[in-house]
Design a protein. Sequence first.
Length: 146
Amino acid sequence: MLKLSKTKLILSGLGIMLLVYSLDRFRHIIGSETITGKFAFYIEEVVKEEQVAFPIIEYTIKDSTYQFRAKENTKYEDGETVPVLLIHKSPDMPLLFDLSSFWLFPLFYFLLPLLIWISFTMSYVGKNEIIEIGIKSPFFRKTKKS
């Protein structure tokens, strides 16, 4: 039987979420190829009644030039080179492979589940209680700290 305090429960939930995030990011990297792309120009669009600029990144593979739209309002100099990750080495599946776009931006999608997990743990487990997790029914229960 596994006994977890409130802090251990929060940290184990955080660890599981970071593991899922890391596996998702490494799933993109494994079997992919990193090439160098170049900033070409900006296109402006109206998104939710707001004018935003999307940078267009170009890259060339075997005498064919491809373009894709990067994350909005990212600033680049004319002709600046950027790393591009080709998922499964396919020129039709590019990702911008830099710290902010590839690693940090997807972390925002893990903030809401983390906040929900922390809220659940803080409201469910009292100050002097622990959670016991086992394989017999009930699978988990609250008990008083000994």
